[in-house]
Design a binder for this molecule. Structure first.
Ligand SMILES: Nc1ccn([C@@H]2O[C@H](COP(=O)(O)O)[C@@H](O)[C@H]2O)c(=O)n1
Ligand SMILES: C[C@@]1(CO)OP(=O)(O)OP(=O)(O)OC[C@H]1O
Length: 160
């Protein structure tokens, strides 16, 4: 078994839609980024790369490469999941948190879990996603952006 951790932050950008967990969430602001800025999927991607000791998302999908401009983060995560399978691992379970003062995410969490489970090619029962405010403290509390963290456990693929 291998454990990995991911952390990411994106600043708000009023000109973009808010994409989180592979879906658009109604809000006044989206997030700034080279890609679609799906901070939750980036965190999950980094946690898997961390568990495999392969580095981080920017190493494989640099924000200096035009190829990844406005990239769909579901595609980037899909590539990393393929690398994980190539190395003989599958998801044991994953636990992620989104730190956002607004919008209220509770109503979208199960749809996000379903998206993430499909991308990770695992059962929804292996995917937990939480949301918290930071009680108006710090950059998330001032609504300057959204942060996310995840931990993942990978296990050796079961023989088919
Ligand atoms: N963006 C968010 C933040 C929080 N929630 C839900 O509210 C609960 C209480 O939040 P606290 O920051 O006061 O702990 C939290 O446990 C979430 O269920 C949310 O849906 N969206
Ligand atoms: C995903 C990539 C690539 O488009 O761009 P961003 O959306 O800026 O995201 P970030 O989490 O800063 O780093 C990874 C990047 O290389």
């Amino acid at each position: 078994m291998r454990i990995g951790h991911g952390y990411d932050v994106h600043a708000f950008d009023a000109s973009r839609p808010l994409i989180l967990g592979g879906m658009e969430i109604p809000h006044d602001f989206g997030l700034k980024g080279h890609s679609d800025a799906d901070v939750l999927l980036h965190t999950i991607t980094d946690s898997i790369l961390g568990a495999l000791a392969l580095g981080d998302i920017g190493k494989f999908f640099p924000d200096t490469d035009e190829k990844f401009k406005d990239a769909d983060s579901r595609v980037l995560l899909g590539e990393v999941v393929a690398m994980m399978h190539e190395k003989g691992y599958e998801i044991g379970n994953i636990d992620a948190v989104v730190i956002a003062e607004r919008p209220k995410l509770r109503g979208y969490i199960d749809d996000m879990r379903e998206n993430v489970a499909a991308l990770l090619k695992t059962d929804m029962s292996n995917v937990n996603i939480k949301a918290t405010t930071s009680e108006k403290l710090g950059f998330t509390g001032r609504e300057e952006g959204i942060a996310s963290e995840a931990v993942v456990l990978l296990q050796k693929q079961e023989a088919k």
